[in-house]
Design a protein around this ligand. Structure first.
Ligand code: ADQ
Length: 475
């Protein structure tokens, strides 16, 4: 039989986004673009939930071939969505992994639902996996899936990538059954994290709580006769696609629209899913502080926050929306003039072409998550800048991207997103930054954003997975 140059890829993630929908990432997040790029390169299947609810989920898989990518999706029942997706994934794991113990809910029922749906994923996807396929599981929704696949006799190399942070051990142990969850993860051959910090926390947990044998340098974890390797793979943007979008007319129209509407004021932009991890109320507080300290500069600056709602069925997301509207309203009420409003808050998504145009028109990019696995918006903002007149990126030191983009103190202006004074100070620095410094900071960041792109990320992960020894019992 002819040897395949590269193995076929089976990608498994909670949601599957058909390629043609890629232009409008919207509330879908950064994952969709990344996986489409991976599948186009390897060929293979992308399996996951259709996003639809149906009560007679009788095992039907909807297979579709679009733009070189085969997608296989299944519906979930109301109860499954409630317990697995809205419950355990988004009301337990997401807040806990973003260090928000105050928002983390522990319900035994939703934990059971999470395990049940992971089992359902395993049952449905197993028949689609062929002998030499590389299996790549994504994100916190599906952490135990590797173990469920092994239990069904899947002997392939199976990798897992976590898009969000891995919390410090002292926080993570507040999760009931934490050991059980991590033990299931040790059935993967390769586990990827966004950066060294999250990887280190994971290795620390394995050593301290499980008593596993851990080699720090290589990330090798030996536990109960199995071997797993944990490494950092910082995700990047789809550089070429983004530049192509940026060359489209829609991008230029968007750029002009923003420039004309802000007239002589500097536009500062924030683009995020409406999520409490993104630090939006804290960001508004920082802007409020800036105007308190420099009331005259309300004529120099306009802040545009684009934030489409996400996960609206989860209570904490409804609250964040109300809080944001309230804070924005207060500042606008206090600082507006008949001819100007300092904060524009837009509750919808835009295409990547339009975002490119907005980013290019905005001379400051304000990206201040309280905690973020990576944050692709920070990279997109820089990627959209004019090299001859680039804007300034203000970035939270708690975003995974900070490690790459600070580049020896010369790239992004880093801030503590919890501190309104720090944000206010950074805004002043950015507003007054001379062109030469803006260019130097841009140059410090652009290389890694262009070269460490999503294709390179996919390649690195898949090459390592292809090389991984399937962690069979060593004995
Ligand atoms: P997200 O939390 O969704 O992703 P991010 O990395 O910033 O965050 O990706 C967001 C994507 O959605 C970007 O491509 C952005 O352009 C797009 N987007 C955001 N708001 C939009 C809007 N209003 N209109 C249109 N598009 C919008 C999760 C993790 C991150 C990690 C990614 C990828 O939380 O830390 O970087 O996965 O691994």
């Amino acid at each position: 039989m002819e040897q395949r140059a590269i193995e076929r890829l089976v990608v498994i993630s909670n949601r599957v986004a058909v390629p043609k929908a890629r232009g409008v990432a919207g509330a879908q997040g950064g994952l969709a673009g990344a996986l489409n790029a991976a599948l186009r390169e390897h060929g293979g299947i992308w399996f996951g939930w259709s996003g639809q609810e149906s009560e007679d989920a009788d095992g039907n898989i909807n297979l579709q071939r679009t733009g070189g990518v085969t997608t296989a999706t299944m519906d979930l029942s109301h109860r499954d969505i409630d317990e697995y997706y809205n419950g355990y994934a988004n009301a337990t794991l997401w807040p806990l992994f973003h260090y928000r113990l105050d928002l983390t809910r522990y319900e035994r029922e939703t934990g059971r639902g999470y395990e049940r749906v992971n089992e359902l994923f395993a049952e449905r996807v197993t028949p689609l996996i062929e002998e030499d396929d590389l299996v790549w599981v994504h994100d916190y929704h599906l952490m135990p899936l590797g173990e469920r696949l092994r239990a069904r006799g899947v002997k392939n190399r199976i990798g897992f990538f976590l898009h969000i942070p891995w919390p410090p051990t002292r926080l993570f142990v507040s999760l009931p059954f934490h050991e059980r969850l991590v033990k299931t993860m040790l059935e993967y051959d390769l586990i990827g994290f966004q950066n060294g910090e999250w990887r280190e926390s994971f290795l620390h947990y394995c050593r301290k709580e499980l008593g596993a044998e851990v080699e720090e340098d290589t990330g090798t974890i030996r536990y109960e006769g199995r071997t797993t390797v944990a490494r950092a793979y910082p995700i990047g943007i789809d550089w070429e696609h983004f530049q192509t979008e940026g060359a489209a007319e829609a991008a230029q129209v968007a750029q002009q629209r923003l420039i004309e509407s802000t007239r002589h004021r500097t536009a500062m932009i924030g683009v995020d899913r409406l999520d409490y991890s993104k630090g939006l109320p804290e960001r508004i507080d920082g802007i409020g502080r800036f105007f308190d300290q420099h009331p005259e500069r309300v004529r120099d600056l306009v802040f545009i926050q684009i934030a489409p709602p996400s996960r609206e069925d989860v209570e904490s997301y409804q609250q964040i929306r109300m809080l944001l509207e309230q804070k924005t309203g207060q500042i606008n009420g206090a600082r507006s003039e008949v001819d100007l409003v300092p904060i524009r808050y837009v509750n919808r998504g835009y295409s990547h072409a339009e975002l490119y145009g907005f980013f290019r028109a905005a001379k400051i990019g304000l990206v201040t998550p309280l905690r973020d696995g990576m944050n692709l918006v920070a990279k997109e903002y820089v990627a959209a800048q004019d090299p001859e007149d680039p804007g300034v990126l203000i970035l939270s030191r708690f975003a995974g991207a900070a490690q790459q983009l600070e580049a020896a103190g010369a790239g992004a202006v880093l801030v503590n997103p919890y501190s309104p004074d720090d944000i206010a100070h950074a805004i002043r620095i950015a507003l007054d930054m001379p062109l030469a410094e803006r260019k130097a900071r841009y140059q410090a960041m652009i290389g890694t954003i262009r070269d460490d792109n999503v294709q390179a990320w996919t390649r690195r992960f898949c090459e390592d997975l292809a090389r991984a020894r399937i962690g069979r019992r060593l004995a």
